[in-house]
Design a protein around this ligand. Structure first.
Ligand code: ATP
Ligand code: MG
Length: 525
């Protein structure tokens, strides 16, 4: 072992319990200057908790921390910020009603000589940070009008504004598509050159080897392995995470379970969604048309703002609140979904990209949250309802491998990825005929991902139609029968997943010319 005393961060024997749950146990963890250190582990392994100890958000921990050789004991995030530590949270923690600039400088607004908030400077600095992060957004735009991926980029820009020497990124790319991930990697390279130390948490295995130098694996709160990140294979990492070899194959059998000329379950014809506030430069798009057959899994690809979420929200009757034109047919009948209840009656279920709007009541139990969508159905069974609720919840949590103390624990006490599994499981319980999924494996660990893919295959095998929006090319190619590429709110291409690679998908999403340019830039640098 080399000497770690020169390390930027040196955590020794760190432990943290929540009630009876030992989230982190006796962990040694270091970050060197100019290093990207990846932290890996299954959902609930203790990654976020360990980093919340370092960023001063969790108190009452055991063990010692040194920053550049100096012993510290933070009691608040402000303490940690003063020591040069900033954290990008897994859960987006922006204030929706405030603008991007106001969010970035919240609580530390620059002042004019008269002592009032210097808005112009705030907007100017924020605009500069956004450019550095590679986003084209107006710093004065309210955060509530941004898509999840854009919000994630804003939290990254905010973290950069601290000029931290230690930057913790807890799943910074979960809502980003390939193009934005590349932008972020550029920023990371720049930070590393300037001598910052970075902790990088991600469930996207392909990112680790590209961005990280070292990788540490946590299992049940303890360190179980450390790797040279560039030499590590996905199989090695996942085996360390899960504790046994893992089959990383997505769908067991190749080929589609859907009849090639089977019945159309869903038809969308010339759909035009009117945005609440159109983006500058975005023309009124020509209509979007697509179909999903029974038993078919259709993927939706595209860059941020391509219209994937808008499409899914429209099909579920949320978002644009009825402001769209065109036709939507379910089993040949025109429909106009008016919201969750109506959609549920039509047999449509929706897993949105943002858990917060998915309506998880964080202070309520796992059980209450899981059965929420089926209480009406269970209530009809009368006296057995309690038992039925418990059974449905147990089956759901076991099938998806949710790590929890008890089904009566508050859902908010679960780790991020485990909360996502509850959202998915709850939707599956409604036994829909059409399942709409927006980034369903966001923040979910490799083992659970494989299980979710298996489940989707099984559901499709029973004749359910699935429309899956994802920013992970590997997921689209591995799971879907066909992938439809959206750009500017319309379908621009359809790819058969048997024949395409990830590069084709990226090219189709960006538009061929832009993609070629991108490739050329990549080769030149
Ligand atoms: N506020 C809390 N109250 C009670 N238990 C908690 C709390 N926060 C985390 N835990 C528990 O601590 C353990 C570790 O959770 P943590 O969030 O650190 O996992 P993680 O590795 O970040 O997982 P993920 O990949 O899902 O984000 C889990 O068992 C979780 O349920
Ligand atoms: Mg976490």
């Amino acid at each position: 072992m080399e000497d770690e005393h020169g390390a930027l961060v040196d955590m020794v024997g760190v432990g943290k319990s929540y009630g009876g749950v030992q989230a982190v146990r006796g962990v040694d963890f270091t970050v060197r200057t100019g290093e990207v250190h990846a932290l890996l582990g299954e959902n609930g392994a203790g990654k976020s908790t360990l980093m919340k100890v370092l960023s001063g958000e969790v108190s009452g921990y055991r063990g010692d921390i040194r920053i550049a050789g100096t012993p510290v004991r933070f009691t608040s995030p402000a303490d940690a910020q003063r020591a040069g530590i900033a954290m990008i949270h897994q859960e987006l923690d922006l204030v929706p009603a405030l603008s991007i600039a106001e969010n970035v400088f919240l609580g530390r607004e620059p002042k004019t000589r008269l002592g009032t908030v210097d808005r112009r400077r705030m907007v100017r600095e924020t605009q500069r940070l956004l450019t550095r992060t590679g986003v084209e957004l107006d710093a004065r735009r309210p955060v509530e009008l941004l898509r999840t991926g854009e919000q994630q980029l804003v939290t990254i820009a905010k973290a950069l504004s601290f000029d931290a020497r230690i930057l913790i990124m807890d799943e910074p790319t979960s809502a980003l598509s390939s193009h934005e991930v590349e932008q972020l990697f550029g920023v990371i390279a720049e930070l590393r050159r300037s001598g910052a130390g970075i902790v990088y948490i991600s469930h996207r295995m392909e990112e680790i080897g590209r961005v990280a130098d070292r990788a540490t694996v946590l299992r049940n709160g303890s360190v179980v392995a450390e790797f040279d990140a560039r030499a590590m294979t996905a199989a090695q990492a996942s085996e360390a995470m899960v504790g046994r070899p893992l089959n990383l194959m997505f769908r067991a059998e190749s080929g589609t379970t859907a009849e090639p000329d089977g019945e159309d379950l869903l038809r969308v014809e010339d759909l035009v969604v009117r945005l609440r506030r159109p983006r500058p430069g975005r023309r009124d798009p020509a209509g979007l048309s697509l179909r999903v057959r029974k038993g078919e899994i259709v993927g939706l690809a595209g860059l941020l703002g391509a219209g994937r979420t808008e499409l899914l929200e429209t099909l579920y009757g949320v978002g644009s609140k009825g402001s769209w034109s065109g036709r939507v047919l379910l089993n040949g009948k025109p429909i106009r979904p008016r919201g969750p209840r109506h959609a549920l009656r039509l047999g449509i279920a929706f897993v949105p990209e943002d858990r917060r709007i998915a309506g998880l009541a964080l202070e309520h139990s796992v059980l209450a949250n899981t059965v929420l969508s089926i209480v009406d159905r269970i209530a009809r069974l009368g006296a057995v309802s309690r038992a039925a609720e418990r059974r449905a919840t147990r089956e759901t949590t076991e099938r998806l491998g949710v790590k929890l103390a008890s089904i009566t624990s508050p859902v908010g006490s679960l780790s991020g990825g485990n909360q996502q599994k509850i959202v998915l499981g709850r939707n599956l319980l409604t036994e829909p005929s059409l399942l709409l999924l927006d980034e369903p494996t966001r923040g979910v660990d490799v083992g659970a991902k494989a299980e979710i893919y298996r489940l989707l295959g099984e559901i499709a095998g029973r004749g359910v139609g699935v429309l899956l929006a994802s920013s992970e090319p590997a997921e689209l190619i591995g799971v879907c029968d066909r992938v439809i590429v959206l750009r500017d709110g319309k379908n621009v291409r359809e790819l058969s997943t048997g024949e395409v690679g990830e590069a084709d998908l990226l090219a189709a999403s960006m538009g061929e010319a832009a993609a070629l340019e991108e490739l050329a830039v990549g080769e030149a640098s």
